[in-house]
Each structure stands twice: as structure tokens, then as C-alpha cells.
Design a binder for this molecule. Structure first.
Ligand code: PAF
Length: 280
């Protein structure tokens, strides 16, 4: 696996691959790789000749008082994992290389970026969209893979690619869960042992809401309210629980068939997000 740290160098390698007619699959990450990321790499291998993974803890997607400094950085372990999975290239750019001091351009997918997680993390999705757009311009992949666990992020990236005519296919990959049902996330490492036992209840609560809808309950507002109440009773501080239309994350109406339940809740100091997609 090649390890490349500059934009100039990665452009050279990608150019050689493209000249040889090879296709590129791209997995952008912020490192601290877990089974969910490795699943993305495996799926990437199925979709192109070459797999590029980036590790870049992107400062612009962290708000004031968030965990940018504390975000787990495990570069050597990550490199080993990626080698084992057979990634071709690991891109490790520096903040200065990615963001020049003169940079004045930001990407915002208006509307959806301010809803759900965006309402609690102002500017977060602009930071994500901007860095992903920049990484797409640097890597020029044929396909890029993102976890469905960050469903709002995935939807925003699909909208950005559509709106800006970026020639890349976006593939969403199913969430990997631990045996308790807890979705894999780099932030799970912040949970105490006691919190870990409770954390899987977020997935259980999603399941209860899905069962209510599949049983014919169309009072989505009431389902959301009950889910928020049960999360609070269990010990979470829920930010939101929303029944949404899967295609664009607008609030679901009784006409909608393909739904996604979106949830974000704090457990102690850790903010967890999860979702459940289904059709009725
Ligand atoms: O999901 C993540 O890890 C990040 O938001 C991403 C897509 C790598 C952009 O920094």
C-alpha cells in the first residue's frame, strides 16, 4: 500500500492509473478505523481496480467546543488495517495542504444541512460537503463509498454530487453493528463501560418505532414523541427522533412508502446517531 501525503504526489499516481485505464474507488475517512470502515474498503474493492482511502480529521466540520482536538488519531493501527484489507493507496494530507490560507469557497447544500444534526451542529455539513468536494477534485474517483450510518451526510453528499455535476457514483454501505446492535462509530470509544450497556437501546428504540409504523400506526408525530420519551427515560438526552422520507429526508407523510427513522441522542458526553431504513 502506498502512503502519500501531498496533493501533488497523489495526482501523479492517479494520473498513471487513469492512463492505464484503471478505475478508482475512494473511501474518505477521519481515521480511527473500525469494522464499518473496513466494510467500506471491501465494497470499494468490488467496485473498481484501485482503492484509495483518505484519513483526514477535517477541522472545518467540528464546531466550537466539539471534539476536534480529542478526536481519536490512531494512524499506525489504521495503516495496518488498511494494508490487511488490500487498499492500494492511503492519502494522509495535512491541514495546510487541504486548506490554503487564502481559501474563500465553501459548499453548502442548503436546507438539509440546517436540519436534524445540522440544527445541533451549525456549519458541520458545510465542513463535510466542502472537504468531500475537495477530496473528490483531488482523487477524481469513479465511485466513492460512505456508510449509511451517517444517513444525513450520505444524502447531502448525493445532493452535492447531483447539484454540482461531479462525475462520481456514490455508494451507501450498510451500517455495521456490534452484537448488541450498537452502530460502529469512532465515538463509541468515548463511552464508559456502563454507558456501552445502555447505548444499544438507541437501536432498540428505532426498532420499536419501525414496528409501530409497520403495524399501521400513521401518527408519526406521536411515534417520534414516544421514542424521545423512552430515550430520555433510559438515560439519553435525545436531540431529535424523526420519521422521514428516505429519498430527501423531508418529514414523512402518510403517502410515503420508503422511510428512514433518524435519531441523535447524547449519552453522558457522547453524542450518538443512528437510523433505520425500511419500506411499508
Ligand atoms: O464520515 C466521515 O468520516 C467524515 O465526515 C468524512 C466524510 C470523511 C468527511 O470528513
Amino acid at each position: 500500500m502506498q502512503i502519500i501525503k501531498t496533493i501533488t504526489d497523489i495526482r501523479e499516481v492517479i494520473k498513471t492509473w487513469q492512463a492505464a485505464g484503471e478505475t478508482v474507488a475512494f473511501v474518505p475517512t477521519m481515521g480511527n478505523l473500525h469494522a464499518g470502515h473496513l466494510q467500506l474498503v471491501r465494497r470499494a474493492k468490488e467496485n473498481a481496480n484501485r482503492v484509495v482511502v483518505s484519513i483526514f480529521v477535517n477541522p472545518t466540520q467540528f464546531g466550537v467546543g466539539e471534539d476536534f482536538e480529542a478526536y481519536p488519531r490512531t494512524e499506525l493501527e489504521d495503516q495496518e488495517k488498511l494494508k490487511k484489507e488490500g487498499a492500494d493507496l492511503l492519502f494522509l494530507p495535512s491541514v495546510i495542504d487541504v486548506y490554503s490560507s487564502e481559501a474563500n469557497t465553501n459548499i453548502t447544500v442548503a436546507g438539509l444541512s440546517e436540519a436534524y444534526c445540522g440544527a445541533f451542529r451549525p456549519g458541520h455539513f458545510s465542513g463535510v460537503a466542502t472537504v468531500v468536494c475537495k477530496l473528490f477534485n483531488i482523487v477524481q474517483p469513479n465511485v466513492a463509498l460512505f456508510g449509511r450510518k451517517d444517513f444525513q451526510q450520505l444524502t447531502i453528499i448525493k445532493m452535492m454530487v447531483r447539484d454540482l455535476n461531479i462525475p462520481v457514483e456514490i455508494i451507501g454501505v450498510d451500517t455495521v453493528r456490534d452484537p448488541s446492535g450498537l452502530a460502529m462509530s469512532s465515538r463509541n470509544g468515548y463511552l464508559t463501560e456502563d454507558e456501552k450497556k445502555v447505548a444499544s437501546m438507541i437501536y432498540y428504540t428505532l426498532g420499536i418505532a419501525r414496528e409501530a409504523i409497520l403495524a399501521g400506526n400513521e401518527n408519526f408525530a406521536d411515534i417520534e414523541k414516544k421514542a424521545m420519551q423512552s430515550l430520555s427515560q433510559i438515560g439519553f438526552q435525545p436531540d431529535y427522533f424523526s420519521v422521514c422520507r428516505a429519498s430527501d429526508l423531508k418529514k414523512a407523510t402518510i403517502e410515503d412508502v420508503n422511510l428512514v427513522l433518524l435519531v441523535a441522542a447524547k449519552l453522558g458526553k457522547t453524542r450518538l446517531i443512528d437510523n433505520l431504513c425500511f419500506s411499508r
